[in-house]
Design a protein around this ligand. Structure first.
Ligand code: NAD
Length: 489
């Protein structure tokens, strides 16, 4: 591997993301010997000594991984700087500390700035990094930026303009943590490494594709943020659209960052743009009511902390996305995501078209179509649904399932995704980060929908029970096309 020499500055180092994901991920990389020369400066508001900070890093690793080999050596690479994001003096101090650590560890002026903070600080920090000289380095400089990238296309443009004053597009690593997931990365391999899928991967053989990303949890303590966001912005604009792009893109001519990302952009450019009244034919929104989860009664969304009693915010979205290009014309990509659903699961079901004539028709049962199921989380794997002869008896067909389970990684919320993304960033590989063009196109698509939803109050909220798979209208969306949601539980 090339240059893993880096000074990593984490802004928001006392926050949830840093503690739950980033420190454990760095520790794993360290344990695997993937960090060559490195140091970390934790930056946050709270006054802490470096020793207190190192102890919090240690706690975070122990809590997440329960390990402690070489932990003291690991945390000795961590430093802390109390910081006010709006104050130039703060950045001067940080610059001096960075220079000193750079010299001490011989980090060759390579810097990664990781913004694990509330999004309103992204732009101002990027501007200060430049104006206060932190980006004047002889090595590389990279900015890692968390979601959400703006609230809509307009605000995303403003943010992007601020960032681009300090970093070029190739230096910006926009995190979509779904792109760190093993099975999301596997989509392209399944597609482009198999002779039995690649030739069938088009509108001649695929009838529809279904993406479900369901959560059991409600909004928890995130009510204040969620009220300004909703499921469309929080899940569809980024994670779901990224999965659509990976499923739909043309084979890239090479696996380079530019080639892969430009194929994804072409998918976004082919999206059928729906507007105004038409969106009601394509998209359905929902908000959870009270219900039973694990035999416990849970409250409706509107009764959650920091949520408006008459909130119009959607906690569920289902939609039909059409990609109007030669490969996909006529094939619906159905998507759904929501909170307080039956199960926590992210799955993709690719439904193949029926065979031309069915010899094995049973009066009481039709043949099942072939399905390719990609299990993204919590299980990771692939299941292929085929029809085969039922053992014994007549020539009856029955469904058989060929399954591959990626058993290496069981636990949900493991830091593996972030570990891969951090490592990619250190290697300078931006393939699994979103390019500005992807962000812009998917905001443009989503903005049309939120515009209509914000203008019209949903009269039927709450319209699905906690513990269900969403409102009835989400089922009807497929029924009117002659399809149904394949069960994901
Ligand atoms: P958090 O509220 O837990 O942490 C915020 C951090 O910012 C703290 O370290 C705090 O000290 C620091 N901070 C706040 N105001 C400051 C100021 N004025 N000056 C200096 N420091 C200040 O937030 P989080 O959950 O860690 O999320 C951070 C980012 O990551 C957000 O953009 C969020 O959307 C994104 N994100 C978080 C998660 C997650 O699992 N927590 C997942 C995906 C994306």
């Amino acid at each position: 591997p090339k240059n893993m020499t880096s000074l990593i500055m984490i802004f928001g180092a006392t926050g949830d993301l840093a503690v739950r994901k980033l420190f454990p991920s760095l520790y794993r990389l360290f344990q695997k010997g993937k960090l060559d020369k490195f140091a970390v400066i934790g930056v946050a508001r709270r006054p802490l000594t470096t020793e207190e900070f190192q102890n919090s890093v240690k706690d975070s690793v122990l809590t997440a991984l329960g390990k402690k080999e070489n932990i003291d050596e690991f945390i000795s690479h961590f430093y802390y700087q109390s910081h006010d994001v709006a104050d130039s003096g703060s950045y001067q101090n940080l610059k001096n500390l960075a220079q000193q650590i750079d010299d001490q560890y011989d980090l060759e002026g390579n810097r990664i700035f990781y913004l694990a903070m509330a999004p309103e600080f992204f732009g101002p920090i990027a501007l200060h990094l430049k104006s206060d000289g932190l980006t004047d380095v002889k090595g590389y400089k990279r900015l890692v930026i968390e979601k959400p990238f703006g609230h809509d296309l307009e605000s995303a443009k403003v943010l992007n303009t601020q960032i681009r004053q300090a970093f070029s597009e190739s230096e910006v690593y926009r995190i979509d943590h779904y792109l760190g997931k093993e099975m999301v990365r596997n989509i392209e391999v399944i597609r482009f490494a198999n002779a039995i899928f690649e030739p069938l991967w088009n509108n001649r053989y695929i009838s529809n594709i279904q993406i479900t990303s369901s959560e059991v949890l409600g909004v928890e303590e995130r009510g204040r943020y969620y009220e300004t966001s909703g499921a469309l912005r929080d899940m569809v604009q980024n994670h779901i659209m990224q999965m659509v792009a990976l499923l739909a893109m043309e084979p890239p001519i090479k696996l380079t960052t530019d080639e892969v990302r430009s194929e994804k952009v072409r998918v976004f450019r082919s999206l059928r743009m729906i507007k105004g009244e038409t969106i009601n034919k394509y998209f359905v929104r929902g908000q959870y009511g009270a219900g039973l989860i694990d035999e416990q009664q849970v409250p409706e969304y509107r009764a959650e902390p920091m949520v408006d009693k008459e909130s119009n915010t959607e906690t569920f979205v289902a939609g039909k996305i059409m990609i109007d290009n030669f490969r996909w014309a006529g094939v619906p990509f159905y998507i759904r995501t929501g909170k307080r659903m039956t199960t926590k699961s992210t799955k993709i079901v690719v439904q193949f078209k029926d065979i031309p004539m069915n010899l094995y028709y049973q009066p009481e049962k039709l043949l099942n179509p072939n399905l390719l199921v990609i299990h993204i989380q919590p299980e990771e794997g692939i299941t292929l649904h085929l029809n085969a002869k039922k053992a014994g008896g007549h020539l009856d067909a029955q469904e058989v399932k060929l399954s591959f389970a990626n058993t290496g990684i069981h636990a949900m919320n493991t830091p593996e995704g972030y570990e891969k993304l951090l490592y990619d960033c250190m290697r300078g590989d931006a393939t699994n980060f979103t390019h500005w063009d992807e962000v812009a196109y998917s905001w443009a698509f989503v903005d049309n929908i939120s515009e209509v939803w914000e203008k019209t109050k949903a009269e039927d909220y709450p319209n699905y029970e906690s513990g269900s798979m969403g409102p009835k209208a989400a089922d009807e969306l497929l029924e009117k096309d002659g399809f149904f949601w394949w069960p994901v539980t």
